[in-house]
Design a protein around this ligand. Sequence first.
Ligand code: B12
Length: 229
Amino acid sequence: MALDSAKKEGLLKKLEQGVVEFEDDEVREAAQEWVDSGEDTYDAIFDGLVAGMEEVGRLFSAQEYFVPEMLMAADSLYIGLDILKPHMVARDSGVKGAVVIGTVQGDVHDIGKNIVKMMFDVAGFQVHDLGRDVALEDFLKKQLETNSDIVCLSAMMTTTMMGMPKVIEMIKEKNPKCKIMIGGAPITDDIVGKFGADATAKDASNALEEAVKMVVSLRDIQKEANAKS
Ligand code: B12
C-alpha cells in the first residue's frame, strides 16, 4: 500500500531520530514499514538515515556527542540500511562500468563509501569493494587485476585524505587512461585539481552521474581508437 505524505514524513522522522538516538528497534520498524509499503527506498535512506547521521555529525562538532555515540548511531544506520538497500529501485543509465572502491588507509569511516557503492550496484555497475582502511597500493593492484574503468577513493579526514595523491600517482603512472574519482567530507574541487584526480561528487547520486559521464567518455575514446586502427 502506497504511503500518503503524512505517513511518509512520519516514517522519515522516525528513521532520522532513530539514528540520532540509537533506537535500533525504531529504525528497524520504520524501515520494515517503508519496505512493506512498496515505495522506492531511496528517500528513506537519504532523507531518513543519512539525515540522521548528518545531525550526529553536528552534535559531535558541538561536543554533545563523542565517539561512542557516533559508533552507536552508525550501528543503527546500518540496521536500517540492511533492510532498505535490497529494495532500492534499479536506476538503469544504459551505461555499465567497472569500479574499484574503498576508504583509504587509516580511515575507518565507511558509511559514505558504502552508500556510493550502493548507487553503483543499483545502476548495474560491476563494483570491486576493497572495504575500509585500505593499504594504498591495494587500489593499484585491484585496478590492474580487474582493468576497471574508475577507481573511487573515499576519505573522511583531512589527515587520511593525504594518502589519495599517492594512490593517484601510482595508478596514473601505470594506467593513465583510468579515471579517478575522490570524495568524502574534506574533499573540495580545489583538492581534486591539486591531487590530480579526475572528479569528485558531493553525494552518492552525483557520484553515479559523474561515473556514468566518465564511462561514456572512455567508451568514446575507445571507439575512436578502434575506428583509426
Ligand atoms: C559516523 C562517524 C564516525 C564513526 C564511523 C563509523 C563507520 N562505520 O563509518 C566512527 C565512530 C568510527 C568515527 C570515528 C572517528 N571519527 Co568520525 N565521524 C562520523 C560522522 C559523524 C558521520 C560520517 C558519516 O557516516 N556520514 C554519513 C555519510 C552518508 O556521509 P559521508 O560519509 O559524507 O558520505 C557522502 C559524501 O561525503 C560522499 N562520499 C563519501 N565517500 C565518497 C567517495 C567518492 C569517490 C565520492 C565521489 C563521494 C563520496 O557521498 C556519500 C554519500 O552521499 C562524521 C561527521 C561528518 N560531518 O561527516 C565524523 C567525522 C568524519 N569524524 C571525525 C573524527 C575526528 C573521528 C575520529 C578521529 C574521532 C576520535 N577522536 O577517535 C575517529 C577516526 C577513526 C578513523 N581512524 O577513521 C571528524 C573528521 C575531522 C577531520 N576533518 O579530519 C568528523 C568530520 C567529525 C567532526 N566534525 O569533527 N567517526
